[in-house]
Design a protein around this ligand. Structure first.
Ligand code: HEC
Length: 419
């Protein structure tokens, strides 16, 4: 398998590094505020509380168990469905090209469902703790419960998740049954990963012109054929030739949802990493003046400065793009950080919408203040360094204006920009 991957040209890691030491695992489970002992407080714990207090109920249906009800209560759109067939995760014996695992997500929660599997899997971007994991027993009748489990950290807290409890996304060459050699493949897919290296082990629906990717390719023969016929199994909008799509709530594995997920998982991990680094530095020195070596790369990711270019228009196959964009917020001129471009890049205004998230707002204040200060310098054009040169003057101005009007908690000097 290793040989196969080498022949097919999958390198171990093709993304630029974030900062020196970014993949070192942090000692997050030690000391008084150890991860394992901390109290989780997030959208899932809030739903569990409402369930315990009898304020709400989850409905089970015969096809999907509690999935649809969980998605509805957590406000996760069905249109975000994506399908992964590589045997790469927790209930991997149940995953194959004929029974892929479906994943659904919104800004702070991710839900995994495999038809017939005993457990729903959930990960949440907990504002304080980083990713926290739960399972939900699909067969439970009365006392249905999101059970927190830290055993998931075996894979979800490693160099691939920036050394903190986090979210994962990978791209593999698979065998015919979806098996992979875990030591090969692209370790971490995010918005920097060239399109041609993405989506090995995933189904992908939607159109993308002449650009190639590795989605929908199952087994070595398919990869070989794609070398000769570049868009073999690309640009498809129907997956029924591969498996029974009716066993899933949506028929699609939407290309735009996948691209948003790839931006988002790494952004969440980066927010957590910055949070943990800032806490450590504040304990040690009482200030964050030594953190610029992390804050600048953080801003480079937040502002998509190294995003892999899109070379032909991308169109999703589900309602995801519309559902995602509708969430706003919008400024007076109707602009939103959630507006898509999809011609040359993912978003029209390249600044992550996760700047509105609870985990961003939970960064220790001195670190958040420094992020705002550097962001201000970049967006007002005071920073002329090469790191941010890719951001045009128009983009900088638009992002500055949108944030000044829509982002709560900005320092006072930002308000002037919106006037
Ligand atoms: C053997 C390694 C492994 C273990 C153990 C594991 N996962 Fe994952 N998980 C992955 C990989 C790899 C992905 C990326 C998508 C894929 O390949 O299925 C992933 C993705 C996910 C996602 C999608 C968003 C995200 O957070 O990355 C969820 C939700 C998830 N896992 C939940 C869980 C839960 C809950 C557990 C524990 C009960 C768990 N996982 C244990 C490997 C693992």
């Amino acid at each position: 398998m290793l040989l196969l991957a080498l022949v097919l040209g999958l390198g171990a890691q093709n993304c630029p590094a974030d900062f020196q030491g970014a993949t070192h695992v942090m000692p997050f489970d030690e000391g008084t505020d150890a991860y394992g002992k901390a109290t989780d407080s997030n959208v899932v714990t809030a739903l569990q509380r409402a369930l315990d207090q009898g304020q709400t109920k989850l409905q089970r249906d015969k096809d999907f168990g509690y999935l649809l009800s969980v998605l509805e209560k957590l406000k996760v759109p069905k249109s975000s469905q994506m399908l992964v067939f590589s045997k790469t995760s927790f209930q991997r014996d149940r995953i194959s090209p004929r029974t892929p695992r479906s994943l659904f997500f919104n800004d702070d929660v991710y839900v995994g469902f495999i038809p017939g599997a005993p457990l729903l899997e959930v990960s949440v971007a907990d504002p304080k703790m980083g990713a926290v994991f739960y399972t939900l027993d699909q067969s439970a009748d009365k006392s249905v419960k999101f059970a927190r489990t830290d055993q998931c950290l075996e894979c979800h807290a490693a160099s691939r998740t920036m050394g903190v409890p986090g979210h994962l996304l990978r791209s593999f060459v698979t065998e015919d049954d979806g098996a992979v050699d875990l030591s090969t493949g692209i370790n971490e897919v995010n918005h920097r990963t060239p399109m041609k290296d993405r989506w090995g082990g995933w189904y992908v629906t939607g159109t993308h012109g002449a650009q190639t990717h590795q989605g929908n390719l199952i087994g070595a023969a398919a990869f070989e054929r794609q070398k000769k016929e570049p868009n073999f199994l690309g640009n498809i909008t129907n997956l029924s030739r591969f498996f029974a799509t009716s066993r899933y709530p949506g028929g699609q594995s939407d290309i735009v949802a996948l691209m948003v997920l790839e931006h988002q998982t790494h952004m969440h991990n980066f927010i957590t990493r910055l949070n943990f680094e800032a806490e450590t530095t504040l304990r040690q020195y009482g200030h964050v003046r030594y953190l610029d070596y992390i804050i600048d790369p953080f801003l480079k990711y937040l502002l998509f400065t190294e995003e892999a270019p899109i070379t032909s228009e991308i169109k999703g196959a589900s309602h995801f793009s519309q559902d995602f964009t509708a969430l706003g917020p919008r400024d007076k001129r109707g602009r939103s950080l959630r507006d898509f471009d999809l011609q040359t890049r993912l978003f029209k205004y390249p600044c992550s919408y996760l700047i509105y998230s609870a985990d961003f707002d939970c960064l220790p204040k001195p670190a958040r203040d420094r992020v705002y200060e550097r962001l201000w310098e970049i967006l007002t054009g005071k920073d002329t360094g090469p790191d941010f040169a890719r951001l045009t003057a128009d983009s900088r101005r638009a992002i500055l204006e949108i944030l000044a009007e829509t982002k709560t908690g900005l320092p006072d000097y930002w308000r002037r920009a919106g006037k």
